[in-house]
Design a protein around this ligand. Structure first.
Ligand SMILES: O=P(O)(O)OC[C@@]1(O)O[C@H](CO)[C@@H](O)[C@@H]1O
Length: 439
């Protein structure tokens, strides 16, 4: 984390020169936090990337959306440049104006924030970062020609294409599997480490999965700091459960989504559930998050692949989707709201009740982890249950590679040991967690 040296900035915006204090909301207010680095460096770079690709793809966009798109591209690039400037100047989190389905919910949320906490550096990190992605979406939605354009789609598709080798190796290794705890735990871990390939952590730079995925899973066991995979197996193989549904709350497209599909295929093939539901994002989100279109694009990518192995897999998964064994859930704006999950029952009771139908809910990735823990600096040994603050619609687990400075449920001394080796160990995605909470 190389930070810009600008004492004036810190003085002007009241930045505190410390880590996030214990038991405090995470915020870019703390100079030594990852949130500060995110707002000073990562997000401005993400926005520059969007502007650059609008300029680069202008002709293609005009060919696709018509000549009026030319002016919309100019306006959009200007609005995103403004957003970047606002972030670099600790601007306010203003109310949204468009008539998108979630505008009222967002505005109600923003209006309830204390006025002194309604700016990028003073708001809770989770709120301010979600706000930025919602704001980008509103800029595109306000145009006549680009309102349905997914400005991250090319990056997501490239990520999938770059993963072909890894996909072939994993597909080959999983055509004949056994229904047992060991195999299930391996696939769960494969799925966990798939979360390393996220584009928002690199501000959009591609990450190519290399090496044999299953060898890597074994090698990475030492980096798995909490491993509740055996308890998750017990939960899912339990024949007494009334429910036969597993929910996956998805994170990234590309290789990670592929590993979600492989885990889901196993769950269906081995009769561990009759349906796997995929919960995807309503708007382009944290660069690489899965939207409904990405799900179908990925199945099509596999089904039309030159490799017979991937083609067979793609066709099988398309059939699962047509038969309702795999289901993409209807658009749900709660996932792209700023709310922590402990507030779901109150804010979006229908979603809470829907998750309660599942025998297991799998939360993927770092941002979902932040929402489970509520972007809060828990003590690193505090129990997962405590940190969920009562959120437990069903049995739930989290598969998260660690890319942000919050954590819980570690064995005493572990965090200190890792900090002694590398003071940035929480930011690299090299370490992972599989945590579980029984309903
Ligand atoms: O949810 P994901 O894809 O695993 O990670 C999202 C992420 O890159 O974005 C956040 C910061 O911008 C971090 O919490 C995390 O590193």
């Amino acid at each position: 984390m190389t930070l810009p040296v600008d004492a004036d900035f810190d003085v002007k915006y009241g930045i505190i020169d410390s880590d996030t204090p214990p038991h405090t909301e995470l915020a870019a207010l703390y100079r030594k936090s990852f949130a500060y680095y995110t707002f000073r460096v990562r997000l401005p770079s993400t926005l520059s990337g969007i502007i650059a690709s609008l300029v680069k793809d202008k002709d293609e966009l005009i060919a696709r959306y018509g000549v009026d798109a030319g002016a919309d591209i100019e306006r959009t690039a200007a609005a995103i440049t403004q957003l970047r400037t606002d972030i670099l100047n600790n601007g306010a989190l203003l109310l949204f104006e468009g008539n998108e389905p979630d505008t009222a919910q967002w505005n109600e949320f923003l209006e309830k924030l204390p006025p002194q906490k309604r700016s990028y550096y003073h708001a809770c990190w989770l709120y301010a970062e979600c706000y930025m992605y919602r704001k980008i979406s509103s800029i595109f939605k306000a145009t006549a020609t680009l309102s349905s354009y997914d400005y991250f789609s090319r990056q997501k598709q490239t990520a999938a294409q770059l993963s072909t080798e890894a996909m072939m190796a994993v597909t080959r290794a999983t055509r004949q599997t056994i229904r047992n705890s060991e195999t299930f735990q391996q696939l769960l871990k494969l799925n966990l480490w798939g979360n390393r390939c996220d584009l928002s952590i690199t501000s959009g730079k591609q990450v190519k999965p290399t090496g044999d995925a299953f060898d890597l899973v074994s090698e990475l066991d030492a980096n798995l700091l909490v491993d509740a995979s055996a308890s998750i197996w017990k939960c899912i193989e339990n024949a007494d459960s009334d429910s036969s549904i597993v929910d996956i709350v998805c994170d990234n497209a590309g290789y990670e989504l592929y590993t979600d599909l492989i885990l889901a295929e196993y769950i269906i093939d081995k009769g561990l559930a009759s349906k796997v539901r995929f919960n995807v994002k309503a708007i382009p989100w944290f660069i690489s998050d899965v939207m409904e279109y990405d799900y179908h694009w990925t199945l099509e990518f596999l089904a039309k692949h030159e490799s017979e192995l991937l083609r067979d897999l793609g066709e099988k998964l398309q059939k699962f989707t047509a038969e309702g064994k795999f289901e993409v859930e209807p658009i749900e704006y709660f996932w792209t709201s700023p709310y922590e999950f402990y507030r779901m029952e109150q804010v979006q009771p229908a979603l809470y009740e829907r998750l309660a139908q599942a025998k297991l809910v799998i939360f993927k990735g770092d941002l979902n982890y932040r929402k489970l823990l509520g972007d809060f600096s828990w003590n690193n040994t505090e129990p997962f249950e405590t940190c969920l603050r009562g959120f437990k619609p069903s049995n739930l687990c989290t598969l998260r590679t660690i890319k942000a400075d919050l954590i819980c449920d570690l064995p005493p001394g572990k965090s200190e040991e890792l900090f002694a080796k590398d003071k940035e160990w929480m930011l690299t995605g090299e370490y992972g967690l599989i945590q579980f909470a029984r309903k």
